[in-house]
Every structure is written in C-alpha cells, then in structure tokens.
Design a protein around this ligand. Structure first.
Ligand SMILES: Nc1ncnc2c1ncn2[C@@H]1O[C@H](COP(=O)(O)OP(=O)(O)O)[C@@H](O)[C@H]1O
Ligand SMILES: [Mg+2]
Length: 245
C-alpha cells in the first residue's frame, strides 16, 4: 500500500479536555477512506488536523506528528500544505460572489496562470460546467445546495491538491444530489486521494475503499471496507454497524 498521509501518536485536547488520543493512521494514495463514528467522537477534529487547520483554533492543544509524503507537516509551509491538502466543509460554503470569482479566488491567491482554462476544466471535473457555463457571472449563492457543494469541491480542486478532505459533504443534500457527489468522488480518486467523514454507513460502504471507525477519540478499527462491514474484529465496531445500519 502506498501511503500519502500518516498520523503518529496524534493527540488533541481543547482546554485540557482530550478529544483525540493516540491516533495512528495511514491513508492510502488514490483511494477513498471514510471516517465514521458517533457524533462528537472526533471526526471533524481529525480532519482539521490533517491539513493543519486545527492549529488556528486557540483552545486546541495538538501533540504527535502528521506526515505528508513522509515529511512532518510542522516542517512545511502552511500555505503549501493547504494547497496540497484541500478541504470541503459540511455546509456548502461558497463565497458571496460570482461562480467565476469563487473558482478564481484560490487561483489568484496562489498566483496561478491560465486561470480561465483551469476554471473550465475544474468545473467539468465536478460535472458543473454544463449547468453554469452561461451564468458564470451570477452569484454562487443562487445555485442549488447540490450545485453549491460541487462548486466548493471544484474550488478546492483548482490548485491541484493531492489530498481532498471532505467533512460530511452530503449531510445537507437530498438523495439525488448526494448520489451525484458520491459518483463524482469515485471518479476523482483516480487523480486525488479522498478522505471523507460521513455519518452515513451506506455511503461509506458504497464508495469507500477503506474505513476508519472512531469512538471517543480513539481509533477502534481501520481496515478495508469489506472487512469492516463483513468481518469487523472489534465488538465496538460490530455494535456500531448493527445499530447505525
Ligand atoms: N474548538 C473547540 N473547542 C472546544 N471543544 C471542541 C472544539 N471543537 C470540537 N470540540 C469538542 O471535541 C469533540 C469532538 O468534536 P468533533 O471533532 O467536532 O466531533 P465529530 O465531528 O465526530 O462530531 C466534541 O466533544 C466537541 O465538543
Ligand atoms: Mg463533525
């Protein structure tokens, strides 16, 4: 297995309250890894650690190591890490500006050339171009929720990240729009490594290659999706799957 991202003895606490404990994980390149577990178990916190976003929160205390392509992220420029490891949040969060400007924003920030070309290509990658090509100057806030989320994925992909982190990206979407995003992610894994937090076990089973089950800030089990669902090794995993499924 080729690993692109790793955590070693990762620990997180907020104001002395421990939220992640001794998390040792390895994320496989060009695969979809789903992070599952009950609400409050630390999924979003883990995701935010992976691209160093959590250190922006003053109450957080982070220990252990995160390695991106075998290099400790603490020895890398934050700008560079966040360019290489993009993030999409739970609620679609387009900026209050046009569709075009949303896509152009990261490209300008990272001083990229050929921006028009990239914008078209990335909108195509997220299957949005045909729907919006005649109204690129319209506000992104007028798009439907599903379109907004695809725009946010496209915006994250503009700067060619290697890893895409998604925090429950379908939780505010209906079934049809969720399926659209699921299909999209399966296609995108050829180019990107995808790590998705989901509370939807059907979704994890359908699209993920690997699943990580977290309970109370600890990794209980991390394995191939078929093993987690068909042959879980731990009682906690069995119980979670049985009750949530
Ligand atoms: N910025 C913060 N300050 C204090 N506590 C936090 C903060 N962010 C998360 N927590 C706490 O950390 C725990 C894990 O939260 P989170 O990672 O959001 O869980 P999940 O995404 O699995 O629902 C929760 O108890 C939550 O209240
Ligand atoms: Mg969360």
């Amino acid at each position: 297995m080729e690993s692109i991202l790793e955590t070693r003895n990762l620990k997180v606490s907020f104001n002395e309250k421990e939220v992640l404990n001794d998390v040792n994980l390895s994320f496989e390149k060009n695969k979809i890894t789903a992070i599952v577990g009950p609400s409050g178990c630390g999924k979003s916190t883990l995701l935010k650690c992976l691209n160093t976003l959590l250190e922006e929160e003053p109450s957080s205390n982070i220990g252990g190591e995160i390695l991106f392509k075998n290099k400790n992220v603490n020895n890398m420029e934050r700008e560079h890490i966040r360019e290489k490891i993009g993030m999409v949040f739970q609620n679609p969060s387009p900026f209050p500006m046009s569709i075009y400007k949303n896509m152009d924003y990261p490209l300008k920030y990272y001083k990229k050339n050929k921006r028009d070309e990239i914008i078209k290509k990335k909108l195509e990658e997220v299957c949005l171009y045909e729907e919006v090509k005649d109204r690129l100057k319209d506000s992104a806030l007028n798009l439907s929720g599903g379109q907004q989320q695809r725009l946010c994925i496209g915006r994250a992909l503009c700067v060619e990240p290697e890893v895409l982190l998604l925090d429950e990206p379908c939780s505010s979407l209906d079934i049809k729009n969720s399926k659209h995003i699921e299909d999209l992610l399966v296609n995108l894994k050829e180019k990107y490594t995808i790590i998705i937090v989901t509370h939807n076990l059907f979704q994890a089973r359908k699209i993920a290659d690997n699943v990580i089950f977290i309970l109370d800030g600890r990794v209980i089990e991390s394995d191939k999706t078929v093993n987690i669902f068909n042959n879980p090794k731990h009682m906690e995993t069995k119980n979670y799957i049985r009750h949530e499924y």
